[in-house]
Ligand binder design. Structure first.
Ligand SMILES: [Mg+2]
Length: 175
């Protein structure tokens, strides 16, 4: 991750989130609050999952947000990235992802039925979706990783493992 000697980049005002979860998040990532250059460097350094139990590399949502923010500002595209526009762009990318699977029938985990080029394409489209999702959440002032963690906690309460084990019913069936 980045060196503490590097000045942290300025967080855009729209991305400043004041809730407690966000402050918690900032505390935990202070050492990684980096310039986009450093984020890019760390991205390439940890571009693959780094242990047997990891499916993903250690790149953070905040690093991706900073890189994307720089990409947008350098092109003067901020003016186009209203929350609504970003949301619609993201939905378009979901369509592009769905198009790869259209008419193929069921596919297995790991996508062995797809060609290497198609699997690469899947990675590109899920990335487009993620980048727009991060941009959307940021512009809505939603601390995405904290909100996702909170939602998973709510899901765990809504679907107690001992009640729903092996069942796919909706939560209202268990109340
Ligand atoms: Mg795309």
């Amino acid at each position: 991750m980045s060196s503490a000697a590097n000045a942290p980049s300025e967080t855009p005002e729209y991305a400043q989130i004041d809730d407690q979860a966000s402050n918690q998040n900032k505390k935990s990532t202070n050492g990684m609050k980096n310039t986009s250059h450093n984020a890019a460097a760390s991205s390439s350094a940890s571009a693959t999952a780094n242990s047997k139990n990891s499916h993903f590399s250690n790149i953070t949502f905040e690093e991706l947000r900073q890189l994307n923010d720089k990409f947008i500002k350098e092109r003067n595209w901020d003016q186009f990235h209203s929350p609504r526009n970003v949301l619609l762009a993201m939905v378009g990318e979901v369509g592009e992802l769905a198009e790869i699977f259209q008419w193929k029938g069921e596919v297995s985990e790991g996508l062995p039925e797809l060609s290497p080029e198609e699997r690469e394409h899947v990675g590109q489209e899920v990335s487009d979706i993620l980048i727009y999702l991060i941009d959307f959440a940021s512009r809505c002032k939603i601390d995405l990783p904290a909100a996702a963690m909170k939602k998973m906690e709510a899901n765990a309460r809504k679907y107690p493992a001992d009640k729903v084990y092996g069942k796919a019913n909706k939560y209202t069936d268990y109340q």
